[in-house]
Design a protein around this ligand. Structure first.
Ligand SMILES: Cc1cc2nc3c(=O)[nH]c(=O)nc-3n(C[C@H](O)[C@H](O)[C@H](O)COP(=O)(O)O)c2cc1C
Length: 178
């Protein structure tokens, strides 16, 4: 039976790399429900993911009902795994503190599925005590973090904050789905 994941994409400059992740996983037969935050839509379009996954893509425009249920419950219940890549400092903070103002954050609170987070942000944001406390809180609750890695960041700084290599995130997801 094919496996189904939710891929949450947030408002990071690395959002374009989530398209490659969606493409690689689709080729492996994974059914992907992509959920884009409002801010992610500033960086990449829903159409990109729609074309790559050949499935509906979720934004504020269509976050109402799905299969006779609120979309955040339907997606949360049907997922074998929830992956957030890239995850902003903002998304991590919301999740750590139980804030659920949109589809992605609501389904994170509603899902019984395991959650994997691949952060991407400026190194100073990553090392900030607030972000580190939030990451520790989520890790203690069983959320798995992949990355970030060190390197040249889009903002021009060197540091720890780059999205983990997409092929390795894909490998980790496929291993989890086996
Ligand atoms: C050009 C640009 C790039 C950004 N890149 C990142 C990033 O890589 N990581 C991050 O945590 N925030 C980044 N931000 C800030 C987020 O977009 C902002 O915190 C936003 O509210 C995140 O919303 P979301 O988590 O709901 O998607 C960036 C902002 C801009 C304008």
């Amino acid at each position: 039976m094919s496996k189904r994941i939710v891929l949450g994409v947030t408002g990071s400059i690395a959002a374009y790399r989530a398209a490659d992740l969606a493409s690689q996983l689709t080729k492996e037969g994974v059914e992907i429900d992509v959920v884009l935050t409002d801010e992610a839509l500033r960086f990449i379009t829903a159409l990109t993911f729609h074309a790559l996954t050949r499935r509906d893509v979720y934004t504020r425009e269509n976050d109402g009902m799905r299969d006779g249920q609120p979309a955040h419950i339907s997606l949360a219940d049907r997922a074998d795994l929830v992956v957030i890549a890239p995850a902003t400092a903002h998304l991590i903070a919301q999740y750590a503190h139980g804030l659920a103002p949109d589809l992605l954050t609501s389904l994170l609170l509603a899902t019984p599925a395991p959650v994997i987070i691949a952060p991407a942000m400026n190194g100073k944001m990553w090392h900030h005590a607030a972000t580190q406390d939030n990451v520790n809180l989520l890790s203690k609750r069983g959320v798995e973090f992949i990355g970030p890695e060190a390197g040249l960041l889009a903002c021009g700084y060197e540091g720890l904050g780059r999205l983990w290599p997409v092929a390795e995130i894909a490998r980790e997801i496929l291993a989890r789905l086996k």
